[in-house]
Design a binder for this molecule. Sequence first.
Ligand code: PEP
Length: 261
Amino acid sequence: MRKPILAGNWKMNRAPAEAVEFVRALQPKLAPYLAQVETVVCPPFVCLPAVADALAGEKIGVGARIGVGAQNMHWAENGAYTGEVSAAMLKGLAGYVIIGHSERRQYFGETDEGVNKKIVAALAHGLIPIVCVGEDLAQNEAGVTEMFVSGQVRAAFAGISADQARAVVVAYEPIWAIGTGRTATKEVANHVCGAVVRATLAELYGEAVAQAIRIQYGGSANEKNIGELMAMPDIDGALIGGASLKVEAFVEMVRVTAAQL
Ligand code: PEP
């Protein structure tokens, strides 16, 4: 019912020329799966024009393209925000935008309130927000994961209508699993995606809307564990860091996801 969505978060890696080379290598290998699996790459801002161009210029077989996403954006339309990029500026370059990644919350002081404003702005400009939530190790060990993640979801969706909410993708990313090689077990990941994130969305919007919203898992997902994660009923995709930087690993993740449908 929910189309799986795999998104690669390249973080601060690759310059435009390397980015184009990488997506050109991905295209023919991903083509057989794109109709079934929504597949997105999220390069650094400076790569977006080149990547969007490279993907727009190619025929990739099945009528579906690799999607392009930004890794962040500002909520304002324009103005005195040195170093920032607005949703309006992403038009034509990206269809998706990662919002509230834990690295942005941790290193750049992003707050729940800012995350909410960004989601509102992204939706107003027709971008699909990929909204990251997730607890850190101390919260996990203190047993407050459910309360904390549910609170992040409520804050993120404040003031967003049910119709708009359907378009949003939520990525549950336990911070202790990001880039550590320590993946949440499939049971734990599914529990938080379903009994916490989806349940919170059901409280906010009702069961039908909650069932329509896609929820990804993120945190050391790779070509070896993606099969078992995607087999879980409440996991609809993955936000992938390290493994998305390798053509073979990323393609294999998409292939395995398609094969399970
Ligand atoms: C991420 O940065 O969103 C992420 C999940 O990274 P990794 O897959 O490397 O853990």
